[in-house]
Write a protein that binds this ligand. Structure first.
Ligand code: GTP
Ligand code: MG
Length: 193
């Protein structure tokens, strides 16, 4: 699959604002700063489709992007950002649940974890939560460019063990900087179309 067209549709605060055309959706979740927005820019080959920032917590709403006029990418706010207040965290949880639960067009949840580190408690919780609700999850390890070749194998083992991933489940290493993993990811998504 090649992405030839991508268009921002809406930053939704509440479910009534979600698209109603029943096109397939792919959601991107993960820790704040893990590289969700950058990944979307990279695979759509757009520099500024999604706002990226060194400051965690840049993405606050549920953002829909229409891709190839065929399906949506949904960029979700990151979790695990310590400076966010309890009230904000509760709001985040509610917004995520409202979207992730009962979202019929949602075909795959792409969970991004930082390839340089062991998945956090929040990552484990998110992975288990998706599995628990019968969701279809694809794990991506980001910032591959920060790893030496021999570190990638170690990182893969650590991520698989920590999340408790079955051996036959795909884990894709990705780098927005070096444009690594784009085809592997798009191939996985294409299977759902
Ligand atoms: P929130 O919106 O806060 O949840 O963050 P996010 O997951 O959308 O992360 P974002 O894409 O905004 O990137 C966060 C930081 O990581 C930025 O400084 C990016 O430049 C950097 N970054 C993203 N992808 C990569 C990558 O592949 N390699 C490297 N080295 N840095 C990256
Ligand atoms: Mg973001």
């Amino acid at each position: 699959m090649r992405i030839t067209n991508s268009e921002f549709i809406i930053s939704a605060v509440k479910p009534e604002q979600y698209p109603v055309d029943n096109r397939v959706e792919f959601a991107f979740v993960g820790r704040s700063n893990v590289g969700k927005s950058s990944l979307i820019n990279t695979i759509t080959n757009r520099k500024k489709l999604v706002k990226v920032s060194g400051t965690p917590g840049k993405t606050r709403l549920v953002n829909f992007f229409l891709i190839n006029d065929e399906f949506y990418f949904v960029d979700l706010p990151g979790y695990g950002y310590a400076k966010v207040s309890k009230t904000e965290q509760a709001k985040w949880g509610k917004m995520m649940e409202m979207y992730l639960l009962n979202r019929e067009p949602l075909k795959k949840i792409v969970l991004l974890v930082d390839g340089r580190h062991k998945p956090t408690e929040d990552d484990i919780m998110m992975y288990e939560w998706v599995k628990h609700y019968g969701g279809n999850v694809l794990v991506i390890a980001t910032k591959e460019d920060k790893l030496k070749r021999n570190e990638i194998k170690k990182s893969e083992k650590r991520i698989r063990e920590t999340l408790g991933m079955p051996d036959d489940e795909k884990l894709i290493f990705f780098s927005s900087l070096k444009k690594v993993g784009i085809d592997a990811l798009l191939n996985e998504l294409e299977k759902e179309l």
